[in-house]
Design a protein around this ligand. Structure first.
Ligand code: UDP
Length: 192
C-alpha cells in the first residue's frame, strides 16, 4: 500500500471500507495480522521511545485514529484519505464476525466493564463466538497467552491503552493465526 510518513510513523493511506475488506479477507485466510490504530499521542510517544517505534514497525497496518493525524498529513501535503478509527473498525468487525460466525477474545478495561461487554456483545452480536474475556488489570500474562493459544480465536481485541496493548500484542501474536488489534478505551465506549 502507499504509505504516508508522519514523524516517523508509516500510515496506510486507506478508507474505512477498503480497510475492512482487506482485514476481513485476511481473517478468512487465517493470516496473522497486527493492526495499530495510531492517534497523535501514539505518534509523539513513538518519536521519543525508539523501542516502541521499532515495535510498531512490526505492525501489518497502521491506520489514522483521529482527525489530528489527518490534519498533520495535510500539512505535509501527503493527505491521508480518511480517519480509520479503532472504535469504528472494532464495531464493524463485531458485526461482520456475528454474521460470519467468527470468534473473538477480549482483553482490557476494568472487571465490571469487561463483564458488561460480554453481555452487550452476546446480545448485539449473537452470531459472534466469544473465545474468552479478561480484564486489563491482570498480574499473570502467561495464563492469558495460554488461553489465546488454546482457543485460537479469529480476532483478539486488546483494550488496555498504549503502549501496553501493543506490547502485549507483540509478545502474543504467535499464539493464534488471528487479527490482533489495540483499541484503547473502546470497551468503555461500547458498554456506555
Ligand atoms: N486499562 C487497562 N489496563 C491498564 C490500564 C488501562 O485495561 O493497565 C484500560 C482502561 O480501563 C481503559 C483503556 O485501558 O478502558 C484505555 O484507556 P485510555 O482511554 O487511556 O486509552 P487510549 O484510548 O487513550 O489509548
Amino acid at each position: 500500500t502507499n504509505d504516508v510518513n508522519i514523524l516517523g510513523v508509516n500510515f496506510d493511506n486507506t478508507t474505512l471500507e477498503n480497510f475492512m475488506d482487506i482485514i476481513t479477507n485476511r481473517i478468512n485466510e487465517h493470516r496473522r495480522t497486527f493492526v495499530v490504530t495510531a492517534n497523535p499521542e501514539i505518534v509523539m510517544y513513538a518519536q521519543s521511545h525508539s523501542q516502541f517505534n521499532d515495535l510498531i514497525k512490526q505492525a501489518d497496518y497502521i491506520v489514522p485514529d483521529g482527525i489530528g493525524v489527518i490534519l498533520a498529513s495535510r500539512i505535509i501535503s501527503q493527505p491521508l484519505k480518511e480517519r480509520v478509527a479503532g472504535y469504528d473498525v472494532f464495531t464493524k468487525l463485531l458485526e461482520w464476525g456475528s454474521t460470519n460466525h467468527k470468534s473473538a477474545f477480549f482483553i482490557g478495561a476494568k472487571p465490571n466493564v469487561i463483564r458488561d461487554l460480554q453481555r452487550v456483545v452476546a446480545k448485539q452480536y449473537p452470531g459472534l463466538i466469544i473465545s474468552g474475556t479478561q480484564d486489563g488489570y491482570y498480574k499473570d500474562e502467561s495464563i492469558i497467552s495460554e488461553k489465546i493459544r488454546l482457543s485460537s480465536p479469529d480476532m483478539v481485541f486488546v483494550a488496555t491503552g498504549s503502549p501496553k496493548q501493543e506490547e502485549f500484542i507483540n509478545r502474543n501474536i504467535n499464539k493464534s493465526e488471528a487479527l490482533f488489534m489495540g483499541i484503547g478505551g473502546s470497551f468503555d465506549v461500547l458498554t456506555g
